[in-house]
Design a protein around this ligand. Structure first.
Ligand SMILES: Cc1ncc(COP(=O)(O)O)c(C=O)c1O
Length: 485
């Protein structure tokens, strides 16, 4: 694959450049892939190391590759895919959930283990920490013996709450009181408790658009109404639109992910988050921050949840280990705003008594041993590479009008398909072909996003992933022509 011809007139470093370019164009080397090291390239091509270096430096100058300190040279993104436009929400009215039957079908697809899992957002499966967690759990069982079968306290094990506070201190330099944390059954229960503590049936809750479908189901399930606020794939919530929504509607709470959202994978700039806090304070609205993805920014720069920006606004933060360690453990938490601490504990007791004791002890030890931090570093690197590969394959196989998000973290890509392509039809065809995807309609309470899909790159990358993306791109092209005809 990397042979040069020493008898040819072309300079050797030029031939190395051509070889790399050919491999990039053929898809043998994908964006995010590491080029062979200088030494290895020299050995396989028979060209000296300085000549290989000259070629790599020239490729970097041409912006085909980038060098990363102490890591080597990597293939850069293609600029093929345009970014999705924000969806305007002027005139949006509070609404119940319309797409419930579709949601049921999508969950059937997501939970089917025989399908290629491009539908489920399960980032930690890109690089599971199973061995370390199993080892830790065994140690915990040996030590706790019968105690490990018992109930945990309602608010959660003090050791785990303490470790969560250390994690905040370590990653964002913020001191959180363990007593303000309540351990929950995953992020979903954290969102439920926070919402129940501040709102009731008939209340209006502002959400980003598009937003996480589980949030919409929760709001609807509690008899509340969701009103959408325009969210830009590169900036996050559009503050002017939020202001308009708060002026026009009697919003009780906002449920946003300002640190890292699903499905757009966007982080709001800190300056804008501060402005958002001023707005919600002025309107006396509570912010419930869904921060379950906050630790998964590719660059490791953990954004500070809005609650800790010191604004005087009422904010609660919902976290989880589902995206980073083990969704099956069902361990999340809510950091209450002081005013709601006892309400949250009371609601937790009423709904589920407490969360799994053994899982809490295991995670506490996983964090305290430093293994969690090391695991996160590796996981973020894998997710970043998967994101780059997926964007490159979408650029290669999907029709050129396709637009994609540019996630700065997490595990999903949001795609705007050519107009006229129906995401539900694509979803049904994909399931038949053995692939699960998420149609865009479930990310809004109203019938919207009919030509959008969400694809997950949170799984080990393999040939099936690549073949599925090619299949999806070709099917989208057929649906586009069928729609036009
Ligand atoms: C944005 C977001 N929030 C919350 C959750 C719920 O997390 P958990 O599995 O911890 O309940 C999910 C899960 O998909 C999610 O994507």
């Amino acid at each position: 694959m990397f042979n040069v011809d020493k008898d040819c007139d072309t300079f050797l470093y030029r031939q190395v450049i051509d070889l790399i370019n050919e491999n990039i164009n053929a898809g043998t080397l994908l964006p995010g892939d590491r080029l062979p090291s200088l030494r290895k390239m020299s050995r396989v091509s028979g060209v000296s190391i300085p000549t290989v270096r000259q070629a790599y430096v020239e490729l970097e100058r041409q912006r085909r590759v980038e060098s990363r300190p102490k890591s080597g040279f990597f293939v850069r993104h293609r600029s093929g895919n345009d970014i999705v436009h924000p969806t305007q929400t002027a005139g949006a009215e509070p609404s119940r959930l319309v797409c419930r039957p579709l949601m049921e079908r999508v969950y059937d697809g997501i939970n089917n283990p025989d399908l290629v899992p491009l539908g489920i957002a399960n980032p930690c499966m890109a690089r599971p920490a199973s061995k370390a967690l199993h080892r830790t759990m065994k140690r915990v069982i040996a030590r706790a013996e019968d105690r490990s079968l018992g109930y945990a306290s309602t608010q959660g094990e003090p050791g785990l709450r303490r470790q969560i506070t250390y994690h905040y201190l370590d990653t964002i330099g913020v001191q959180v009181e363990p007593d303000d944390i309540c351990i929950t059954n995953g992020g979903q229960e954290a969102l439920l408790l926070a919402l129940k503590a501040v709102a009731g049936p008939g209340d209006v809750i502002a959400v980003e658009t598009p937003t996480y479908h589980g949030l919409l189901e929760l709001i609807d399930g509690l008899g509340m109404l969701a009103v959408e606020v325009e969210t830009c794939p590169e900036q996050g919530i559009t503050l002017g639109e939020l202001r308009r929504t708060l002026n026009e509607h009697d919003v009780r709470a906002c449920m946003f992910s300002t640190t890292l959202g699903n499905p757009l994978g966007v982080t709001m700039a800190e300056e804008n988050r501060r402005k958002l806090l001023q707005l919600i304070r002025k309107h006396d609205v509570v912010l419930i921050e869904d921060d379950v993805y906050g630790d998964l920014r590719f660059d490791g720069q953990r954004p500070v949840p809005a609650q800790f920006l010191g604004s005087g606004a009422r904010v609660m933060t919902c976290g989880s280990f589902s995206k980073t360690a083990a969704p099956g453990y069902r361990i999340g938490w809510v950091v209450s705003d002081g005013q709601s601490t006892s309400d949250i504990a009371r609601l937790k007791r009423a709904f589920s008594c407490s969360s799994g004791f053994l899982q809490q002890l295991t995670l506490a030890e996983f964090l305290s041993s430093g293994e969690y931090s090391r695991h996160l570093t590796v996981l973020r690197g894998v997710l970043r590479q998967n994101a780059e590969r997926m964007r490159a394959l979408v650029a290669r196989h999907f029709p050129p009008e396709t637009r994609t998000s540019r996630p700065v973290g997490g595990s999903v890509l949001w795609l705007e398909l050519p107009e006229g392509v129906n995401a539900c039809e694509l979803f049904d065809d994909a399931v038949e072909a053995g692939i699960s995807i998420c149609p865009g309609q479930i990310f809004s309470p109203c019938p919207c996003y009919s030509n959008f899909i969400r694809l997950s790159f949170g799984h080990p990358w393999d040939d099936r992933t690549e073949q599925s993306l090619q299949w999806l791109g070709e099917r989208v092209a057929q649906l586009k022509y069928a729609g036009a005809g």
